[in-house]
Ligand binder design. Structure first.
Ligand SMILES: N[C@H](CCC[C@H](N)C(=O)O)C(=O)O
Length: 269
């Protein structure tokens, strides 16, 4: 079976998008998703995105990390899908209902409301998620926020000085996080600007992480460090994050289509 795909990215966080809204595809399991995402032997991407019909929204977006794990949210892919869809849409994800709107060469996404309760992150036991009493190799007192997926956020003096490639997987897989976690290291530049690097659960170091930008901005706002609308600068570029008075998070930024192609399903399934 020949399958079409669209290669897209948001600030360099890249995706293989399969649009199964009009044409049924075989179900995707962890092995197939990681085979397609593999950068050496597959097409290669940080996340595989599958669009399908939905009873609850205009369509459904399923998200598979590079390791094949299926997760609840992907901010950068939400903007890419908005660009692809070409009109405002409500989108069902495993992490909740989001609303996407293409704008210029990118999109705005209403990511829904943040969750702060320890068991909504989730954590293995009750803790104050505004300042967890834990630390790893000089990174301590992080915050934790769920924005459809789990994030832990550390404020540091210099994000480039953190050996995220080694400490990231250690924290990602710590038993404190029963569903693992995305690891964010951030520096507050001023009240309207944050610098951020992310070790992503199931994908590793990425050029950008949209949900990481949302979680980090909201945590910084919660601590009173920044205004309710900030620019978050990631290695791949900038996002604007607003935490509105209705408690919903709105992320705005670029999205790009790189190329289109097709593959033989049996090569990866
Ligand atoms: N690695 C994330 C999913 C992708 C998030 C990221 N690519 C984004 O733009 O939000 C997780 O396991 O929850």
């Amino acid at each position: 079976m020949r399958v079409d795909f669209i290669k897209m990215h948001g600030l360099g966080n890249d995706f293989v998008v399969l649009d199964a809204r009009a044409r049924q595809l075989p179900d995707i399991d962890q092995a197939t998703a990681s085979a397609i995402a593999d950068r050496r032997t597959g097409i290669g991407c940080d996340q595989l995105i599958l669009l399908t019909a939905s009873e609850a929204a205009d369509f459904r977006m399923r998200i598979f990390n590079n390791d094949g794990s299926e997760v609840g949210a992907c901010g950068n892919a939400s903007r890419a899908v908005a660009l692809l869809h070409g009109a405002p849409a409500r989108v069902e994800t495993d992490g909740g209902l989001i609303a996407v709107e293409p704008s210029g060469s990118g999109a705005s996404v209403d990511m829904g409301e943040p969750r702060f309760d320890w068991d909504a992150i989730p954590l293995a036991y009750a803790m104050d998620t505004a300042a967890l009493p834990v630390g790893w190799d000089g990174l301590d007192q992080p915050g934790a926020v769920n924005v459809g997926n789990p994030h832990v956020i550390f404020f540091v003096g210099d994000v480039d000085a953190v050996p995220l490639d080694t400490i990231g997987p250690e924290i990602e897989n710590d038993p404190l996080f029963p569903e693992k976690v995305n690891v964010n290291v951030a520096s507050v530049i001023d009240r309207e600007h944050i610098r951020l690097r992310v070790w992503e659960r199931g994908a590793g170091l990425t050029r950008a992480c949209g949900t990481g930008a949302c979680a980090t901005a909201v945590h910084a706002m919660r601590r009173g460090l920044v205004e309710r609308e900030v620019t978050v600068s990631l290695p791949g570029g900038d996002l604007t994050i607003a935490w509105r008075s209705d408690n919903r998070i709105v992320m705005t930024g670029p999205a790009n289509e790189a190329y289109r192609g097709s593959f033989e399903w049996s090569d990866y399934a």
